[in-house]
Design a protein around this ligand. Structure first.
Ligand SMILES: [Zn+2]
Ligand SMILES: [Zn+2]
Length: 280
């Protein structure tokens, strides 16, 4: 049975891992003499900012080009293609929040490096069966946590008005785009990611896997805002999330529709996904 206590060796391994990430990303942008003079936390923040921006822009640009221009009319009806202006507005909102999102991610790394969480650095310390159970538990907790955080951001009216409404100005297929994926008030984005922080203290998770899952968040949120419905049950295809943007009270889930099904807020897309989805 794996011992929860994190010793000096674990802390050193976490720090080694994040220093490696800093080196890989920042060596392209900052000479090593400059890097050597800056504190680790600042370097990690810079690395997360650059990494987060790449994860936001590269898939967003490539995917938008394919669905709106490359395969015109195939995935999205011509009259539902969002305007450049609305995409630029989404990019503006997302990039205004990016320093805060990445500060939050860096603070999460700091608590891991300090040995305050249940993260572990090596799969060999726990074995593959434990690793697989831990990833499953972690993802289940994230699914549950994000569902309820998202629902609270709707149900608690001041939270909706002050924070989440910023994301809901995009309320039709023709205003949603992959760039809406991170277009939140910074505190809204952080609150929705907060289950990740809670789970670090509750569920043992392999550190590199945790970093990969956070990376996946950026890609996933791009995916569910592109208005192309994948139809793979119980995956939260963007058809479901588009309904969330039009009715405001269905499909709060994240990776899957299971929480909506369990808690009675599921609404399935209409048969013809190209038709604009009606509000309830
Ligand atoms: Zn919402
Ligand atoms: Zn959304």
């Amino acid at each position: 049975m794996w011992d929860n206590s994190l010793d000096d060796e674990y802390r050193a391994l976490f720090l080694k891992e994040t220093t490696f990430y800093n080196d890989v990303v920042l060596s392209i942008f900052l000479p090593s003499v400059v890097q050597d003079k800056l504190p680790h936390f600042l370097l990690a923040w810079l690395r997360n900012f650059i990494g987060g921006s790449i994860v936001y822009f590269v898939p967003g640009l490539v995917w938008s080009f394919i669905i709106y221009y490359g395969s015109r009319n195939r995935y999205i009806p011509k009259d539902c293609v969002p305007s450049i202006k609305s995409m630029l507005l989404q990019i503006y909102v997302a990039m205004k929040a990016m320093p805060w999102y990445t500060l939050y991610v860096t603070l999460n790394e700091f608590v891991v490096e300090s040995g305050w969480t249940k993260c572990f650095p090596r799969v060999s310390d726990v074995g593959w069966p434990f690793y697989l159970i831990s990833v499953f538990s972690y993802l289940s907790f994230i699914e549950f946590g994000i569902y309820w955080m998202h629902r609270a951001l709707h149900d608690i009216k001041p939270l909706y008005k002050l924070l989440h409404a910023t994301h809901h100005i995009y309320n039709s297929q023709s205003t949603l785009s992959p760039f809406a994926g991170l277009a939140f008030h910074p505190l809204d984005g952080i609150l929705q990611a907060f289950p990740h922080t809670i789970s670090l203290f509750l569920i043992p998770i392999h550190f590199r896997t945790y970093v990969a899952l956070l990376f996946l968040e950026g890609l996933w949120t791009t995916n569910i805002h592109d208005s192309i419905h994948g139809k793979i049950w119980p995956v939260m295809g963007s058809g479901y999330h588009t309904i969330h943007h039009t009715t405001y009270r269905h499909n709060y889930g994240h990776y899957t529709v299971l929480m909506d099904w369990l808690f009675g807020t599921l609404r399935k897309p209409t048969l013809d996904d190209d038709e604009p989805i009606k509000g309830s």
